[in-house]
Design a binder for this molecule. Structure first.
Ligand code: FAD
Ligand code: NAD
Length: 441
């Protein structure tokens, strides 16, 4: 095996988190290599956030499918990374293309060549979970990666999973004319969030003609002469031309050689990290950022953790605070959640006070002629503080940011109730529930 250079740091995985850490280290004068076996820029840029948000916008604008695909592909740079790699090289990052695997403390192999490192930063992201369903492995499947990189518009599409991916893509394909069904094992969409959010979205999808099969799991798939036949656990059946699996993602921790560093991993779980994003290991300095940690699987959380790792590698001591990381589903209407959800509060035994408001009561809803949606705010009775919120409504991803700040900054309710919102905005909808919470605490 050829012996190569010794780097101050090796970043394994060149997605959102890896790109940020590697570039930051190079700018600080460190000798750094970024190892990437697919495309530098990662999931978000080519196969996830950017193409899905582009298609959702095209759907809202009423563009044709051909226009939408052209726009999506232009925004993702036609899934080519040469420009980004060249930019990183200019910053001083060495990009090593190939699959990386740690072979011993301080040593990593990339496609037959071995390199040395001081620090290791794990940024390997996550991968889709394919449920063990009879016959599913024998039929052509899409995961979101596949769906968001091809020009096909299936006539009949079944989406397995009613989480953020399933809901966003159901809206995309239904808007462009596919006959869409969503099979979701739990009784509702967006099961991790407040029930009203999934209900508002279910109503929006049904109005577009989406067939929602809630509380049913997929139990068997068979290939028929003209397409696929699906059997569900509630006895129902569906016919489809294509199945899109959106049944969750798991941190990519296997096959990285982490055992050689004494890093304990288990399938389906992220690499363990402390509050500084350091990975407990028997040797050397190992850090992790992004989906691989399994902490908060969004691009903005990956960027947050990457900035933290970078600061800590450069001699600061920064600890993560995950209390106010937003969770957004970019459908129409948007679903936005931040902080503690009612389900989490129950699990944690928090005495939760809830106050809500229907967006229909705002003047903005009348102006927009769109009365859908609601906002709910959650306070911890014992601490007298706002700790969570959820909203389903147009542009909620924009007007709910002040609530994220309020949770993160632990802003007293007496201050929040004194904030004046512009008229007529959906943002006014938080005023009444804030006053209600303040009155009940
Ligand atoms: C359909 C979809 C839509 C989404 N929409 C949003 C959204 O709107 N907003 C949002 O905030 N989040 C969204 N997400 C989540 C977001 O995409 C992820 O949280 C984000 O991409 C995580 O970044 P990362 O750096 O951790 O991983 P990635 O960007 O996946 O990067 C990991 C990289 O590591 C590489 N790699 C892995 N193992 C190795 C190895 N052994 N050797 C070399 N390279 C390796 C991979 O090829 C990959 O490029 C969406 C996800 C999906 C699936
Ligand atoms: N806008 C965003 O920020 C955004 C958008 C999309 C995805 N993401 C990220 O991507 C990750 C993955 O999203 P996801 O929607 O794939 O996963 P998820 O885990 O949120 O939802 C998967 C759903 O599939 C259902 N399911 C699983 N197996 C099933 C089966 N056999 N039959 C029927 N239903 C089944 C589950 O009950 C669950 O509701 C999320 O963690 C999210 O953070 C973020």
């Amino acid at each position: 095996m050829s012996q190569n250079h010794h780097y101050d740091a090796v970043v394994l995985g060149g997605g959102t988190a890896g790109e940020l850490v590697a570039t930051g280290l190079a700018r600080a004068g460190r000798d750094v290599a970024l190892v990437e076996n697919r495309l530098v820029g990662g999931e978000s840029r080519y196969f996830a956030c950017v193409p899905s948000k582009s298609l959702l916008l095209s759907a809202r604008r009423g563009e044709t499918w051909e226009m939408a695909v052209a726009r999506r592909d232009a925004l993702t740079g036609h899934r080519a990374d040469e420009r980004i790699v060249a930019g990183m090289a200019e910053e001083g990052v060495t990009v090593l293309r190939g699959r990386g695997q740690v072979t011993a403390p301080g040593r990593i192999e990339v496609d037959g060549a071995e390199h040395g490192f001081g620090d290791l930063v794990l940024c390997t992201g996550s991968e889709p979970v394919i449920p063990p369903v009879d016959g599913l492995a024998d039929v052509p499947l899409w995961t979101s990666d596949g769906a968001l990189a091809v020009p096909d518009l299936p006539r009949r599409l079944v989406i397995l999973g009613g989480g953020p991916v399933g809901c966003e893509l159901a809206q995309v394909y239904a808007a462009f004319g596919s006959q869409v069904a969503v099979v979701e094992a739990s009784g509702r969409l967006l099961t991790a969030e407040a029930p009203f959010a999934g209900e508002v979205l279910a109503d929006a999808l049904r109005r577009m003609g989406v067939d929602l099969r809630l509380g049913a799991a997929l139990s068997q798939v068979e290939r028929k002469e003209s397409g696929l036949r699906l059997w569900l656990s509630d006895g129902g059946t569906l016919d489809a031309d294509r199945i899109l699996v959106a049944a969750g993602r798991r941190p990519r921790v296997e096959g990285l050689g982490l055992e050689t560093l004494g890093v304990a991993t288990s399938p389906g779980h992220g690499v363990p990290v402390d509050e500084t994003c350091r990975v407990p290991s028997s040797s050397g300095d190992v850090w992790a950022a992004g989906d691989v940690t399994g902490v908060a699987r969004t691009t903005h959380a990956a960027r947050y953790q990457a900035r933290l790792v970078l600061a800590n590698l450069l001699g600061e001591h920064r600890a993560a605070d995950y209390r106010a990381i937003p969770r957004v589903v970019y459908t129409t209407p948007t679903v936005y959640a931040v902080g503690i959800s009612p389900k989490q509060a129950e699990e944690l035994g928090i005495d939760l006070l809830t106050a809500g408001y229907d967006l229909a009561a705002t003047a903005r809803a009348a102006v927009e002629a769109d009365e859908r949606g609601r906002v709910e705010l959650y306070a911890d009775r014992s601490r007298g503080l706002l700790i969570g919120a959820a909203a389903a409504g147009l542009y909620a991803e924009e007007w709910m940011s002040e609530i994220a700040l309020a949770i993160r900054a632990e802003t007293p309710l007496s201050v929040l109730t004194d904030v004046v919102h512009a008229f007529p905005t959906y943002g006014e909808s938080v005023e009444a529930p804030l006053r209600e919470l303040a009155g009940r605490l």
